[in-house]
Write a protein that binds this ligand. Structure first.
Ligand code: HEC
Ligand code: HEC
Length: 381
């Protein structure tokens, strides 16, 4: 039985007589390969740590050249493949007025239109993996142990080989491990009355009502069958200034109204991804809630912010929550942690067995719905 199963698995991977594995498996090799940086030693995994839901527990991450550092906190990669593409959306407010607003995109400022636009960038940033260009990356891929898994006719060409590598990373980040929907909140959504504690149930109510969190970190499904806990809109929360001044969305749109605005992240696994905000300026989740609650009442506690003129004072800064309500809200945020990420050390998460395959969901992924890959090099052959 076992040999037959193995033979079946092998056959389904071997295409056209070449030993071509599915792209997600190649992507996983690339994700952990520390020879793809200059000097060698850094991989995607170095800054996207599986023990922290693939975020970085350091405020900012040192690059392969440790003296060079970025200015932003590395976000979680869980559910990143489900973030909608960067777009100027036409929205209808509850009172009937029509507004336009930026939504989606990858990186804190949305400068990568989608995941495919994002995955090549870390290789070539001097403060990250610091490679010289595609020829440099291709040369390193050709020395890798997994080169044999790429389609043979593409490996000689720098453009085609690196294109395959980027597609493989995207497929890896789309795989079930990164979208398990395996949290107490998900079980609560499907009717399990015991999934949340009493305190968490009170927290859920506060989240939806007095605290107004659900206005931006949506609890209902939007662009995916399950809720992603974000509207993927942009806002300036007035984050405490630290390090270099960061214009955020304004760097992309050049609109002065967008100074200091950053994309609202998904709150899935947020209890595992300290420190918080785009610049990692707030160390703990309780402090984030205290910031939302009393930012405008305790200016001396939070210090200066870089772009006071665009700070949102309507939705946060003085929520009037008591300490007990903050505790309930905090406990509720822990209900967004996927079970398969808890107590796992240095391994990729094992999602629940019934998590749908990427193939079965392909029509729903943002990269399928908006990117038709006209330049896919393999097709030109
Ligand atoms: C040196 C640390 C570092 C390395 C190495 C690194 N990243 Fe990142 N990553 C970051 C930081 C910091 C950000 C946020 C940057 C920003 O918003 O400008 C980020 C953002 C991202 C995002 C966007 C997530 C979102 O919510 O917008 C993705 C996806 C990502 N990285 C994937 C990768 C992949 C794939 C690799 C390997 C090819 C990689 N990263 C290597 C630090 C790193
Ligand atoms: C007006 C929209 C809006 C509302 C309302 C809102 N948020 Fe946010 N939230 C954001 C944006 C935008 C960011 C990213 C800000 C940044 O990085 O500077 C964010 C970031 C966060 C973060 C940091 C996540 C991380 O990984 O760094 C947490 C935690 C959070 N919000 C929780 C909440 C809670 C809890 C509430 C209700 C008390 C709430 N938010 C209400 C828009 C909102």
């Amino acid at each position: 039985m076992l040999p037959r199963l193995l033979a079946f698995l092998l056959c389904s991977w071997v295409a056209f007589g070449e030993q071509t594995l599915d792209p997600a498996t190649i992507g996983r090799f690339i994700f952990t390969d520390t020879s793809l940086s200059n000097p060698p030693g850094q991989s995607c995994l170095t800054c996207h740590n599986p023990n922290h839901a693939f975020a970085d527990p350091r405020r900012v991450s040192p690059g392969a050249t440790p003296t060079l550092k970025g200015t932003r906190n590395a976000p979680s990669l869980m559910y990143a493949a489900l973030i909608p593409p960067f777009a100027y959306e036409d929205l209808l407010l509850p009172d009937g007025t029509e507004i336009f607003a930026w939504e989606g995109g990858l990186f804190h400022d949305g400068r990568a239109k989608d995941l495919f636009d994002q995955v090549d960038q870390p290789f070539f940033e001097t403060h990250e993996m610091n490679l010289k260009g595609k020829a440099d990356l291709a040369a390193r891929l050709r020395k890798s142990t997994y080169l044999k898994l790429f389609p043979k006719h593409l490996v000689g060409d720098d453009e085609k080989l690196t294109y395959q590598a980027f597609r493989a990373l995207v497929e890896f980040l789309k795989s079930p491990s990164f979208r398990p929907f395996d949290s107490p909140y998900d079980r609560h959504q499907t009717g399990d009355k015991k999934a949340l504690s009493l305190s968490q149930k009170r927290g859920l109510k506060i989240y939806k009502t007095t605290a107004g969190c659900a206005d931006c970190h949506f609890l209902e499904p939007q662009n995916w069958e399950q809720p992603l806990l974000s509207d993927f809109g942009y806002d300036n929360l007035g984050a405490p200034a630290i390090g270099k001044k960061d214009p955020g969305l304004n760097a992309v749109t050049k609109d002065p109204e967008d100074l200091g605005k950053f994309r609202a992240p998904s709150l899935r696994n947020v209890a595992l991804t300290a420190p918080y905000l785009h610049n990692g300026s707030i160390a703990t989740l309780r402090e984030v809630l205290e910031f939302y609650n009393k930012r405008d009442l305790e200016p001396e506690r939070w210090g200066v912010t870089n772009y006071p003129e665009t700070v949102n004072h309507d939705d946060l800064g003085n929520l009037g929550l008591t300490d007990d309500e903050i505790t309930d809200l905090l406990n509720f945020l822990h209900a967004f942690s996927d079970d398969c990420l808890k107590n796992k050390k240095n391994t990729f998460p094992s999602p629940p067995k019934n998590t749908p395959s990427t193939e079965s969901l392909k029509l729903f992924f943002p990269d399928y719905t908006h990117r038709q890959d006209p330049e896919f090099p393999e097709k030109k052959n």
